[in-house]
Design a protein around this ligand. Structure first.
Ligand SMILES: Cc1ncc(COP(=O)(O)O)c(C=O)c1O
Length: 454
């Protein structure tokens, strides 16, 4: 039991669960003091009856809020039919249906444009509503597993070993993906790391790294460390998530697409955190004018159940030999039923308008906070994937802000290599009142945390 716990805390329902958690769960799994009883929409209640506004969404898994009715109904209906088959033992329709919808939602670049692929249609606001592209999808259990499989597919399709990733990337915690992930805490003491992973700079305008700087870094990487002719894929988050909610500039992403085409490298778009409507469009890359070769999705895709996907052009996906892909639980029927309902909601009329309304409201209030609060260095993001970066490159104030917000009933997450970025991930279905109230609590918490430092 943590020494800091008071007598009252020990007597609370939360205190009892936290004490048992300390006894039975390893400390390597970092957990907060929130012990959840139930959740609905943008709200979470703890086992002692306290209500919280949720601006974390279980780390970007609840873009549609907790317990969206169509998703819960789909799960119940599926639960009454069967829970599990294993797709390699019994084929079932919900898996195929998710893959069909992912094909419908494939972001296609403009024909003849700088980023076009052979046979591509038009690109723009309506990209998501084009008829299904010639893509196939593999369904797995987690974002990391999907990234691993994207690399396997890219290696198989190109016959090349190397993978290029970027500064501040987060791609997961498995042996391969922790090598691809940039922050030490995720890989410290877990080596040897997987070979043939090379890191290049990514733009970070607020800290002085421009598109040109980043492209120069990639050029150097290709001269010094790895021959581009041996690179299977580059993997990039269109908005870096754990790395600090840093949107990749369109000219950088477009230049990468050209470099990939020049060297026969596949472009893997990691949309695990930025996808499923977070930025307004289904995939963030739709806003950047580039068609990737493979898209990796997860988090909100399963509506709260574990599901992730690799989607790509059929000839790439089919480059892998028969039997080379799979897994016991990948594309579990309940998760697939949930995903079909999630993808329906994302494609429904009005979803994008609501997401853009949420984005505008959040951006306006964050700009106001930044204007009043000198601790804030930058407000940034894409669509409703927004964050405040604090000037100081230390986690202290962001951690204190999240703690103060929690005391006042707001769940808030930080991110960034230095832990000094406060990211907002409220459901896109939250009411304006909930959003305004949460932002008020954030401003108050930041003020308290800042005063505490002074
Ligand atoms: C961009 C990105 N890729 C991959 C992952 C790994 O996903 P998972 O935690 O489901 O393995 C994450 C998780 O935060 C992520 O943000």
């Amino acid at each position: 039991m943590p020494a800091a716990m008071t007598v009252e805390e020990r007597a609370s329902a939360s205190g009892r669960v936290l004490a048992a958690r300390d006894r039975y769960v390893p400390r390597g799994v970092l957990t907060p003091s929130l012990v959840v009883d139930r959740a609905q929409g943008a709200r979470v209640w703890d086992v002692d009856g306290r209500e919280y506004l949720d601006f974390g969404g279980g780390i970007a898994c609840q873009n549609l809020g907790h317990g969206p009715e169509p998703v819960v109904r789909a799960i119940h209906e599926q639960a009454d039919r069967y829970l599990h088959q294993c797709f390699m033992v019994g084929t079932y329709e919900p898996y195929v249906e998710v893959c069909r919808r992912l094909a419908e939602l494939w972001p296609r670049a403009a024909a003849g444009g700088p980023t076009s692929r052979p046979g591509a249609g038009g690109f723009g606001a309506g990209a998501s509503s084009l008829p299904g592209a010639e893509t196939k999808s593999l369904l797995v259990n987690s974002g990391a597993e999907a990234i691993e499989n994207a690399v396997k597919i890219a290696r198989s399709a190109t016959g090349r070993p190397a993978v290029v990733v970027f500064d501040r990337a987060f791609h997961g915690r498995t042996t391969l993906t922790m090598a691809m992930t940039s922050k030490l805490v995720y890989k410290q003491g877990f080596g040897p790391l997987a070979p043939e992973v090379y890191r290049a700079p990514a733009p970070y305008p607020y800290r002085g790294v421009s598109t040109d700087d980043a492209l120069h870094g990639l050029q150097l990487l290709f001269k010094q460390d790895v021959d581009p002719a041996t690179v299977a894929c580059i993997v990039l988050e269109p908005v870096q998530g754990e790395g600090g909610f840093i949107p990749m500039p369109p000219d950088f992403v477009q230049a990468l697409r050209r470099i990939c085409d020049e060297h026969g490298i596949l472009y893997v778009d990691d949309e695990v955190q930025s996808g499923c409507g977070r930025t307004g469009t289904v995939w963030a890359i739709e806003r950047l004018g580039v068609e990737p070769d493979l898209i990796v999705s997860g988090k909100t895709l399963g509506g709260g159940l574990p599901l992730a996907a690799v989607t790509g052009r059929a000839e790439l996906m089919d480059a892998v030999h028969v039997g080379g892909l799979g897994g016991t639980f990948g594309g579990n029927p309940l998760a697939c039923a949930a995903a079909v309902a999630v993808l329906d909601e994302l494609a429904a009329p009005g979803f994008r308008e609501r997401a853009e309304h949420v984005a505008a409201l959040l951006r306006r209030r964050l700009d106001e906070i930044a204007a009043r609060q000198p601790l804030v260095g930058e407000v940034r993001g894409l669509g409703a994937m927004l964050a405040l970066e604090l000037r100081e490159q230390s986690a202290e104030v962001a951690t204190a802000t999240a703690a103060a917000a929690f005391e006042n009933g707001l769940i808030l997450l930080s991110c960034g290599l230095y832990g000094n970025v406060i990211r907002l991930l409220p459901p896109l279905t939250a009411t304006d009142e909930e959003l305004e109230r949460g932002l008020g609590l954030l401003e108050e918490a930041l003020g308290n945390a800042g005063a505490g430092q002074g």
